[in-house]
Design a binder for this molecule. Structure first.
Ligand code: ACO
Length: 375
């Protein structure tokens, strides 16, 4: 048995997976062999879920049945919605509210023990929870899900009470596809560890949401938007702001990745989307800021060192252009990635082995026990 310590499990193989592959050297991402760009442009999130969960892109009939089954699971019990309202009133952070509500779902869904059935129920309900939370913050009642709308379209509808236009729905659907899976990232690994104990999927997804909430993982998309606002408030030129931030030793959110050593392909697609949205609205501020920061950091050699824009660098500005509040960006990431978490737990269960690594013990070999009264 190797005693080599790999901090952060960097480069350690712990499972085989057919689901997604990240080639960090050339900046390529595939889901079951399909290039992410083709999927993002040509397939809906529901098609991608079918691909991840059932192994193939669906036929039209399969897609209809799959989408109908998923849509039928969207309604969330009133007790859960009431808790969501309480959390909104208490100014809970959206990721924490989502984590609590998903954990609570199992009490009302009647755990089936079937990974894909539980996974579908959770995946369908996450948008309902999130939209209800945002509506509660606005002092508005929740909007009931519309089973005739797509997963993406229904979320935007429940958020605003108005059916989204085609461009918003397509853009949002594309963002969901781009975030659906990404190898054994920290949140997927968290869900997998929990799944490997034979715990229910609610536990795995709850853990995944917790892992995704951190600023080194999914939380970075909100950090990017905060950075852009900070640049704006500073009145500085974005490149000058980036130079000062580097000088202060700050990390630039949305830059760097454990696996990608070149620009994340998802960032390229979202950058293009942001350009389209900016062209359509005429509001080019965030696009100009992000491209100016990226150009400056490229000139400074950061990208050459392998610290290049990741998916979060552009996703926030895209959501902002769609009028979505900043602190929903990471929950929206969770709303998509739940599909990947479920897929990985399902796949791993086919040949399950409890995940249980070791730590190198660095404490004292022996210590003399002193009873409490003598300490
Ligand atoms: N800005 C400036 N320097 C950076 C950045 C950054 N965003 N990211 C890494 N570096 C530097 C580090 O300071 C370090 O430099 P050093 O060797 O001189 O100390 C070097 O690059 C390596 O950094 P590590 O933290 O060891 O690399 P790791 O693989 O652990 O980092 C991570 C990956 C955590 C994503 C990191 O790049 C980071 O903190 N990025 C900002 C947060 C972010 O965007 N997270 C989203 C990731 S994508 C996702 O989860 C969806």
């Amino acid at each position: 048995m190797s005693n080599e310590l790999k901090r952060g499990l960097e480069g350690v193989l712990v499972a085989e997976s057919d689901l997604s592959h990240v080639d960090g050297e050339v900046g390529k991402l595939v889901y079951r062999g399909y290039d992410i760009e083709e999927l993002a442009r040509g397939a809906s999130y529901e098609e991608v879920l079918h691909l991840l969960w059932h192994g193939s892109l669906p036929t039209r009939a399969e897609l209809e049945a799959f989408s109908d089954d998923l849509a039928a699971e969207r309604a969330v019990d009133d007790e859960v919605l009431s808790t969501v309202r309480t959390l909104a009133d208490a100014s809970e952070r959206p990721m924490a509210a989502l984590r609590t509500a998903v954990s609570m779902l199992s009490a009302y869904d009647g755990e089936s023990g079937d990974v894909l059935a539980e996974g579908a129920a959770i995946t369908a309900k996450v948008p309902t929870i999130l939209a209800a939370f945002e509506r509660a913050r606005q002092g508005e009642p929740p909007v009931a899900p519309d089973p005739d709308l797509s997963h993406a379209g229904n979320f935007l509808y429940m958020l605003t009470g108005t059916e989204p236009d085609d461009v918003s729905e397509e853009t949002f659907d594309m963002a969901l596809t781009l975030h659906a899976d990404h190898g054994l990232n920290a949140s997927t690994f968290t869900a997998l560890v929990i799944g490997s104990t034979m715990a229910d999927v609610y536990s795995g997804v709850t853990g995944g949401i917790g892992a995704l909430s951190g600023s080194l993982h999914g939380g970075a998309n909100q950090d990017v938007m905060e950075m852009l606002r900070e640049v704006d408030d500073s009145g500085k030129d974005p490149a000058e702001w980036a130079a000062d931030a580097r000088e202060e030793g700050r990390r630039i959110p949305g830059f760097g990745h454990r696996v990608y050593k070149v620009k994340d392909p998802r960032a390229n697609i979202l950058e293009e989307k942001l350009r389209d949205l900016a062209d359509a609205s005429g509001d080019r501020k965030w696009l100009e800021y992000t491209t100016a920061i990226e150009s400056y950091l490229t000139e400074e050699g950061l990208v050459e060192k392998g610290i290049a824009p990741n998916v979060d660098f552009y996703s926030g500005s895209v959501y902002d252009a769609m009028g979505i509040p900043m602190d929903l960006y990471t929950p929206i990431f969770a709303m998509s990635r739940v599909g990947g978490w479920v897929a990985h737990v399902h796949e791993y269960r086919e040949d399950n082995r409890l995940i249980r690594p070791r730590a190198r013990y660095t404490g004292p070999e022996t210590a003399e026990f002193v009873p409490l009264e003598d300490r």
